[in-house]
Design a protein around this ligand. Structure first.
Ligand code: UTP
Length: 478
């Protein structure tokens, strides 16, 4: 739709007044469709808020505002007999299983990220993650959800947050794979919001093309608002769902609906049942995981880049790291909690600033720029910033090998290769527990590659009586 002259003049004046007039630099070269698209993009942005955002996050680097007193967060240890905090795993498992049987739990995958570190051409959920079959991340989750349904008699509905940049290919992938047996009604997709990407030096919005502002998804923290505005939250309530099992798209062995965690979340005496988290014991102080802390009387996650390294190196008398509880970004939230926070007109999680390489066009010449160093600032919201909005929030320790094999980087730490090793190690553990001999090397490492389909097992108990034979050097999918 072409702009009428007065509208365009008005828009130009308001963009000029906030230092963003360059967005219309190529207006005269654009066709009607491009003009319409640009106007629609501008209409979807909170232009009035741009100057404050630029001043706070783009042209300045905000100092981390650390609370005065920060303590490590208490947590439920993975070993329920641990002397510092014994607890009744069986009881909370039963509570979680009851929720699952009653269809009160939905699975929620945030899959709107750009996956730039992995460098995969397509939505990250389509990445071939299986150690043997190369099955996709999405297929792992779908199978785990189906198995959950088989075990508890109710298949959790699955909600997937995409972004406007990967929504179409994500839905097409599910169509192509017949929704992995879950049926169209079992999976619901909705896109998250976007933010403009800014020029790091000038604070001007970068242009992706002559008639397009460069944007980035607004972070996994955008998921709460997206759940609400997309109608997904109302859909959950309509299906009788009370709790949301939240996980990221990059971890093929995640427990998509862990009954013990859900039970603790819903019924632990120190939980308000609103938002809960899993933690992983940091392997070493420098490990890049946000840490669960208590500050200002509230549980919260402090980013590894914000807590001074000497504090991250502090140890308890028994040698354990004092700030041990790292965040793998696995949460449980109640539908009522998301309704409550998103229903508040003042609800706004803070932004986090990331410097990135953003391909763009030069606003003076229109020439394409492919930066080889970060030129842009992306602003994102993080879901863990919602934790302090819960009245009482608990943390439960997960075991790395049991449930954390993320694929973030193309090589090295958290890569497809490290994920394949953990997938194998977890399967080996479960098989050995059920009496299957797994060939191992002198250092104890598995001498084979094993991929376990979640349809075969989502917990060690599912492998009891599983009679397989695994030869040294074999690649086996079970
Ligand atoms: P990451 O922090 O790994 O970001 O996201 P990313 O964008 O996927 O990858 P890089 O940093 O560009 O390499 C953690 C999880 O949060 C989701 C991702 O899809 C992933 O599941 N996410 C991230 C969103 O859904 N939306 C976002 O805006 C950002």
């Amino acid at each position: 739709m072409p702009a009428t002259a007065p509208t365009l003049d008005h828009l130009r004046a308001s963009l000029d007044s906030i230092g963003q007039g360059h967005v219309l630099a190529f207006w005269n070269d654009l066709g009607d469709a491009e003009r319409g698209a640009l106007l629609a993009q501008l209409a979807g942005l909170d232009l009035g808020g741009v100057p404050a955002l630029v001043a706070e996050y783009v042209t300045a680097r905000p100092d981390p505002r650390l609370p005065a007193e920060i303590r490590p967060a208490p947590y439920y240890p993975n070993d329920p007999a641990a002397s510092f905090r014994p607890w009744d795993r069986g009881h909370f498992r039963a509570v979680g299983e009851h929720l699952l049987r009653g269809g009160k739990v939905a699975c929620f995958t945030v899959a709107g990220g750009q996956g730039t570190r992995l460098g995969y051409d397509g939505p990250k959920g389509c990445y071939p993650a299986g150690a043997v079959t190369g099955k996709s991340l999405f297929q792992f989750f779908a199978e785990a959800i189906r198995k959950t349904g088989q075990k508890y008699g109710a298949t959790p509905a699955w909600y997937i947050m995409t972004s406007p940049l990967n929504h179409g290919p994500t839905v097409a992938f599910f169509e192509e794979h017949s929704y992995f047996g879950l049926g169209r009604d079992g999976v619901r997709f909705f896109p998250q919001g976007v933010m403009p990407s800014f020029d790091m030096k000038t604070g001007r919005m970068l242009l992706a093309g002559r008639g397009e502002i460069a944007t980035n998804p607004d972070g996994h923290g955008g998921s709460l608002t997206a759940l609400k505005v997309s109608g997904a939250l109302a859909d959950m309530a309509g299906r009788g769902v009370e709790h949301i099992s939240y996980f990221q798209v990059d971890n093929p062995i995640v427990r998509v609906a862990d009954p013990v965690f859900l039970g603790l979340h819903a019924a632990a005496p120190d939980s308000s049942g609103e938002m809960s988290s899993k933690m992983l014991a940091k392997a070493y102080p420098e490990e890049k995981l946000g840490m669960f802390c208590v500050a200002d009387g509230k549980l919260q996650v402090i980013e590894y880049s914000d807590l001074p390294m000497e504090r991250q190196r502090e140890r308890l008398p028994d040698g354990r790291l004092r700030f041990l509880a790292g965040s793998p970004a696995i949460h449980a939230m109640s539908v009522a909690f998301v309704e409550k926070v998103t229903g508040d007109p003042r609800f706004a999680l803070p932004y986090h600033r990331a410097e990135k390489k953003v391909p763009c066009v030069d606003p003076e010449t229109g020439a394409a720029i492919k930066p080889d160093a970060p030129n842009g600032v992306k602003l994102e919201r993080f879901v863990f910033d919602a934790i302090p909005l819960a009245q009482h929030s608990i943390v439960y320790e997960a075991d790395r090998i049991e449930e954390f094999a993320p694929i973030k980087n193309a090589a090295g730490v958290d890569s497809p290769e490290s994920s394949r090793k953990i997938q194998t190690e977890r399967a080996a553990r479960w098989l050995e527990a059920s009496g299957v001999a797994v060939p191992r090397g002198a250092g104890g490492e598995a001498g084979c590659t094993i991929e376990l389909s979640p349809l075969t097992g989502i917990g060690p108990e599912d492998l009891v009586g599983c009679g397989v034979t695994i030869a040294r050097g074999a690649s086996v999918a079970i």
